[in-house]
Write a new protein. Structure first.
Lengths: 354, 297
């Protein structure tokens, strides 16, 4: 009798725990799914909106709008605002460049009748303009390509030099043989509590007045990026401290100097550490805004300052703004998706283990 | 002889990067303490005089002080809400991955880090894209579905106060998750099994087994959030902080405007302000880091 009572009780407990655990699992799954959807929504809408002209911006678009036939009753004057049109280009395309002034209150119908412009010409011009205006504006902007190449140049140079310097520093600091090694390491760790924004004012002063690099924007930027800090030094020292010292001994015995050991043995062994370093810092350098705004001029902006600069120019040209936004995202996204596996493996393999 | 040779090599390897680090981080850091007692107006001034506590008097001047106080208060509120998102997003995601609830781990990982690899400015521009009162896509969608009656205006005070920390928390979710995961995988499985045998519920396990053994992660995440929140720049700029949106003025934007656009004060006053706000932060951060040794098992 007692046995069956406890049996029933145990079964109740088991189902109770099972439902609790299932409930928790369900919560986690729902959270993960909702989080994924919420994360992808902005990217999706940026893509869609880059094709939506200003005229239709206050309507909901769940996909790229169809290329509707252009309504020829639109007034000439409102083309500027609703379609962000460059009216000079339009005039040239339909053959009206000799006409200095067109009454903005005329509709396109009336213009085609008054100036003998075939309606099909206007329609075909607007057909491609309607959806692709933003993309065309961005992709034909010379400053965009300058910004793109600037970013590429600064990022690639900084990653290579920064990784090299961090490896050199960590090669010495990793074993903590002397007290000054430890002092240096602690100084690098200080950067954990010093953010770039904290020292942006004195850094600005330092670079322009003391180092006279105010006119050498790229150099200033690259030097700031490769100076190291707590993360690069932690990554590389963590990795190098696992390399057995016998390796260096054997190179010494064979008559090689420390330089030989560094270049021929240590650097090749540091590839996983370099991968972890690159994974964290490539997005940091590519997306940097503050340092670019401080030290570069408008003519040699990198991507993020360029994006900030056009925020003011394209306040109503949503297509151009979101097209520019997407184009600034695409390179880093491609890079991230392609190299994700390598970086993930490097990160988890303990290159950042402390 | 060998030792001397060694020392020379040591110095040669360390010198290049340390020179840069010294000139570009350590010296600027201590430069604040020097310049804040002078009257340097901007980077173009060529002379300076020592004016003692003059900058500090100017900061507490009744005309300027409310504006500074507003910005700092806004940043503090931002930091507090941002800190909660560290756990809401970062810890939950870490637990989800740790308990292996999701099968598609790799894809989920890519999605989590997606906001991190895009620029902060782009992320900041997502908010007006989705929530602009006239054209925001998410506003339109939610109104069409009937979930909300009126558009959520992200540029109002309330909208930015809640929206910006959520955005930043979403962006750094992957970073925080990675730190929490490092702490989680270090917990010995035996303690977890013991708690399961003792019949602990999941929340009890979380509170009494997981979290106490994750103290280094918690400290690191807190320090990063504290220092980082006062330093965020990109996301508020994406929300129009440099183009007139007063609600997005956080502390680093104020410093930027003082330094480069010469608004609201001289360069040396900006440094004094930076000193006043940042020193308590650093002290708190160092205190937390020192606590770590005491709280650890």
């Amino acid at each position: 009798m007692m046995g069956s009572n406890t049996d029933i009780k145990n079964n109740d407990n088991k189902t109770h725990i099972l439902t609790k655990r299932l409930g928790l699992k369900l919560f986690f799954i729902v959270f993960a799914v909702v989080y994924s959807i919420v994360t992808l929504i902005p990217f999706y809408f940026t893509l869609v909106r880059s094709f939506v002209p200003t005229k239709e911006a206050s309507e909901l678009h769940l996909w790229i709008p169809e290329n509707k036939a252009f309504d020829l009753n639109m007034k000439y004057g409102s083309m500027n605002v609703y379609y962000n049109m460059d009216l000079e280009k339009f005039k040239k395309a339909v053959g009206l460049e000799d006409v200095p002034y067109i009454n903005p209150r005329l509709t396109m119908n009336q213009i085609s009748e008054k100036y003998n412009v075939p309606k099909e010409k206007i329609q075909s011009y607007m057909a491609s303009y309607y959806l692709y205006n933003g993309w065309h504006v961005v992709l034909s902007d010379k400053r965009f390509y300058t910004a793109l190449f600037s970013s590429l140049f600064v990022t690639i140079t900084s990653i290579i030099l920064g990784g090299f310097l961090a490896a050199a520093t960590s090669y010495v600091l990793a074993r903590f043989r002397k007290r000054w090694h430890f002092v240096l390491y602690s100084l690098y760790m200080m950067s954990m509590v010093i953010s770039r924004s904290m020292i942006l004012l004195p850094l600005y002063l330092m670079v322009t007045k003391v180092l006279h690099l105010g006119n050498h924007g790229y150099l200033a930027l690259i030097l700031i990026f490769i100076q190291g800090g707590c993360l690069p030094v932690m990554i590389f020292t963590g990795h190098i401290s696992k390399i057995p010292p016998e390796l260096e001994e054997s190179v010494k015995i064979d008559g090689g100097s420390r330089l030989v050991y560094f270049f021929k043995v240590l650097l090749p062994l540091c590839k996983p550490a370099f991968a972890a370093y690159a994974a964290i810092h490539i997005p940091l350098f590519w997306n940097d805004l503050l340092m670019g705004l401080l030290f570069l001029k408008k003519s040699n902006y990198t991507l993020a300052p360029y994006l900030q600069n056009i925020q003011g120019t394209y306040t109503t040209n949503y297509q151009a703004m979101y097209a520019a936004l997407l184009v600034s995202l695409i390179p880093i996204l491609i890079f991230y998706l392609v190299f994700n596996k390598i970086f993930l493996r490097a990160q988890l393999s303990g290159a950042i283990k402390e | 002889m060998k030792n001397k040779n060694d020392k020379i090599w040591d110095i040669l390897f360390v010198l290049p990067q340390f020179t840069l680090y010294f000139l570009l981080t350590i010296v600027p850091f201590f430069l604040i303490i020097f310049v804040m007692f002078t009257d340097v107006v901007s980077v173009t001034s060529n002379t300076f005089n020592f004016i003692g506590l003059g900058n500090f008097k100017e900061i507490f001047n009744p005309q300027l002080f409310p504006k500074f106080f507003d910005v700092v208060r806004r940043t503090v509120i931002f930091t507090l809400i941002n800190y909660s998102t560290v756990y809401i997003f970062g810890l939950t995601l870490a637990l989800i991955i740790y308990e292996k609830v999701i099968k598609a781990q790799k894809a989920f990982n890519i999605i989590i880090f997606l906001p991190y690899v895009i620029s902060g400015m782009a992320a900041g521009m997502f908010l007006p894209l989705l929530f602009n009162s006239d054209t925001g896509s998410l506003n339109l969608l939610l109104m069409k579905l009937g979930w909300i009656k009126e558009a959520i205006n992200i540029k109002t005070k309330m909208g930015t106060t809640i929206g910006l920390p959520l955005l930043v928390g979403w962006r750094y979710a992957g970073y925080n998750m990675a730190i929490f995961l490092l702490g989680l995988v270090a917990i010995p499985q035996s303690t977890i099994d013991a708690s399961k045998i003792d019949g602990a519920s999941y929340f009890q396990r979380l509170r009494y087994v997981y979290l106490p053994q994750m103290v280094p992660s918690i400290v690191l995440v807190t320090v990063s959030c504290l220092i980082g929140s006062f330093g965020i720049f990109d996301e508020p700029v994406g929300m129009g902080g440099l183009a007139g949106n007063e609600n997005a003025q956080v502390f680093s934007l104020l410093l930027f405007r003082i330094g480069t656009w010469a608004q609201m004060g001289s360069l040396s006053m900006g440094m004094a302000l930076s000193f006043i706000v940042n020193v308590p932060l650093i002290l708190i951060a160092l205190y937390l880091l020192s606590l770590q040794k005491k709280l650890q098992y």
